[in-house]
Design a protein around this ligand. Structure first.
Ligand code: GTP
Ligand code: SPV
Ligand code: MN
Length: 588
């Protein structure tokens, strides 16, 4: 008798009408075969799905060029279809589930004609972890099949694990015609189901990532008492060999991957990588907050990545072995057949094709690589991978960092007075927008806990859930705000960032272990400048002070912005958040 999984796949095939169904086993050999198909049979416009790169410089490396209108997440086409709109909240687009299904059925009918339907069974989380979830995604493009193999624990074992169960997470994906007018990313939290059509890009198409591990999982976390967060997980080893684990939330393209791969400029300190984008946080039996990374790959922003900013990543990209390394919408050096992007060290190559495959002319600020061009690479290839990565229990978190891009106002590092105040800092987080989603770039928007586009339910309830989590923790982590992006009057970053961020992290670790004091300000606790380890850094006293400047009058606008943002949530906004805002106002 057919299993529920087989029945479900069969039903989707009746709807989408693929020419064949391919059950993926997740093997390396299979990845090679699928890549061959992507090079020889599947196309987007005139381009094959994969272009084989110089295999000496980039073993197992391939370039992918997406459809030109399909280069980032599309938040305005992303919906969370709860039974009631109020459950989705002002932070989500909402459609009635019945209506959404009718619409998508129309768009999906026969959409895989002439194509292969890849069946991808995958696990989010270590299979032995009590927190792991079994999932299945269907897709009709080799790029997504290969990306999912790099990003998730994909393979036959998951099919066996699902067996006759019905409670696996379902994702139906088709690139359709890549038509932005026929593109939707629809979530059905009540049914553990995501239905995505019309895009092959990142978070729109790799359904295990933002769709499942954040939007659907955050809703599950609300009901079951845990958190699904847009966070890095790292361990910081101090000169005594003690490792302190941190989680850090930052909006898209605001530095998570770089933080996860940080190479310390402080002697004796070392950062261990556990995750660069998503953390599932549970209260452990010991009353501490434990984190696992449900993914096993990194989908990172290429521009700005260089031997100077992120040498660890540059090496990782050249270490492809069991898993392919994909470059999406990077430029191509036609002389060497290597990928290239803005911000890579060395001279700009003379013979480049741009991200769409056209000859590149270096004029009018024309970028060769797309600003949201990315690489997809296995975390197994990262030389700083923590030995705890494979521990199904995860790691205990001592501090949570919340950051964003703020060219003004927000100090380099600030500690919340307590868990509740930390939640307020997170809830009022803002950031200047980037190319990771299609919208105007560089505009300040509120992005609480970096989850605005990813929280699968009303954020008023989300803040309440965070406050409740604090109650359940015997020793809640300390919460800090960080900002690597403050600028001077010439528009230059004051703080050098990247490897030097270890100096802010060291202060955070010192706070966690009670080694240093702090200075109280209206916005939180900031370092005594003498406690910052700045040796070997070229930063004048004046610029250092600028990084921590708090102008009460400049904060007035911020307070107004937060107030306006909070108001949208009406009755669902916990009173404690309003209380914290009133206290901030009074203290300023
Ligand atoms: P998503 O994958 O979209 O979630 O992004 P992310 O948060 O992982 O951001 P990532 O680390 O990829 O960095 C995005 C951009 O910010 C890149 O161009 C980096 O070079 C740049 N960046 C990262 N860290 C720093 C920093 O400390 N200082 C400065 N100035 N730029 C940084
Ligand atoms: C982000 O935008 O936060 C990303 C890239 O990590 S995507 O997978 O497209 O969501
Ligand atoms: Mn992200």
């Amino acid at each position: 008798m057919a299993t529920p999984l087989e029945n479900w796949v069969e039903e989707q095939a009746m709807l989408t009408e693929p020419k064949r169904i391919w059950w993926c086993d997740g093997s390396e050999e299979e990845a090679h075969r699928i890549i061959e198909i992507g090079m020889n049979e599947e196309k987007i416009g005139n381009h094959p799905i994969f272009h084989k790169l110089n295999q000496t410089a980039y073993p197992f490396g391939y370039l992918h060029r997406s459809h030109p209108t399909d280069v980032a997440r599309t938040e305005h086409l992303t919906y969370v279809c709860h039974s009631e709109g109020t459950l989705a909240g002002p932070n989500n687009n909402w459609m009635d589930p019945g209506e959404a299904k009718e619409l998508l059925t129309g768009l999906t009918k026969g959409c895989m004609k002439g194509r292969t339907m890849y069946v991808l069974p995958y696990m989010m989380g270590h299979p032995d972890s009590p927190y792991a979830k079994a999932c299945v995604q269907l897709t009709d493009v080799s790029y997504v099949a290969i990306s999912m193999r790099i990003m998730t624990r994909m393979g036959k074992k998951v099919t066996e694990k699902i067996g006759k169960r019905e409670d696996f997470f379902k994702g139906l994906h088709s690139v359709g015609e890549f038509d932005p007018n026929r593109r939707f990313i629809m979530h059905f939290p009540g049914e553990h189901f995501v239905w995505s059509i019309g895009s092959g890009y990142g978070g729109n198409a790799l359904l295990g990532k933002k769709c499942f591990s954040l939007r659907i999982a955050s809703w599950q976390g609300l009901k079951e008492g845990w958190l699904a967060e847009h966070m890095v997980i790292i361990g910081i080893e101090d000169p005594d060999g003690n490792i302190t684990y941190l989680a850090a939330a930052m909006p898209s393209a605001c530095g998570k991957t770089n933080l996860a791969m940080l190479e310390s400029t402080l002697p004796g300190y070392k950062v261990w990588t556990l995750g660069d984008d998503i953390a599932w946080l549970n209260v452990g039996p010991d009353g501490r907050l434990w984190a696992i990374n449900p993914e096993i790959g990194l989908f990172g922003v290429a521009p700005g990545t260089s031997m100077k900013t992120n040498p660890n990543m540059m090496r990782t990209l050249k270490a492809g072995k069991f898993f392919p390394v994909l470059f999406t919408n990077a430029a191509l050096n036609l002389d060497t057949n290597e990928p290239w992007w803005e911000g890579m060290e060395g001279e700009v190559p003379g013979n480049l094709s741009d991200w769409q495959g056209n000859p590149w002319e270096n004029s009018n600020g024309n970028k060769a690589a797309h600003p949201n061009s990315r690489f997809t690479v296995s975390i197994e290839h990262v030389s700083t991978l923590s030995k705890e990565f494979k521990n199904p229990k995860g790691v205990p978190i001592s501090a949570i960092l919340i950051g964003g891009r703020r060219s003004q106002l927000i100090p380099l590092v600030v500690e919340g007075f307590n868990w509740q105040h930390g939640v307020f800092i997170g809830a009022s987080n803002g950031s200047e927008t980037t190319a990771a989603a299609l919208h105007k770039i560089g505009v300040l928007r509120r992005d609480p806990m970096a989850m605005l586009p990813f929280c699968g339910y009303n954020m008023g309830h989300y803040f309440g859930h965070w406050l409740n989590m604090g109650e359940k923790l015997a020793s809640p982590p300390r919460i800090f705000s960080v900002n690597w992006f403050r600028m001077d009057e010439n528009g230059e970053f004051i703080w050098p960032g990247f490897g030097e961020n270890i100096r802010a992290l060291k202060w955070i670790v010192d706070r966690v272990h009670g080694r240093v004091g702090a200075r109280e300000t209206p916005v939180g606790l900031v370092p005594h400048l003498k406690d910052l380890e700045l040796d070997g850094m070229n930063l004048s006293e004046e610029r250092l002070e600028k990084l921590f400047e708090i102008h009460p009058r400049a904060w007035d606008d911020e307070v107004l912005g937060i107030e306006k943002f909070f108001e949208q949530f009406g009755q669902t906004m916990p009173e404690m958040m309003w209380g914290a805002l009133r206290t901030l106002k009074a203290n300023l």
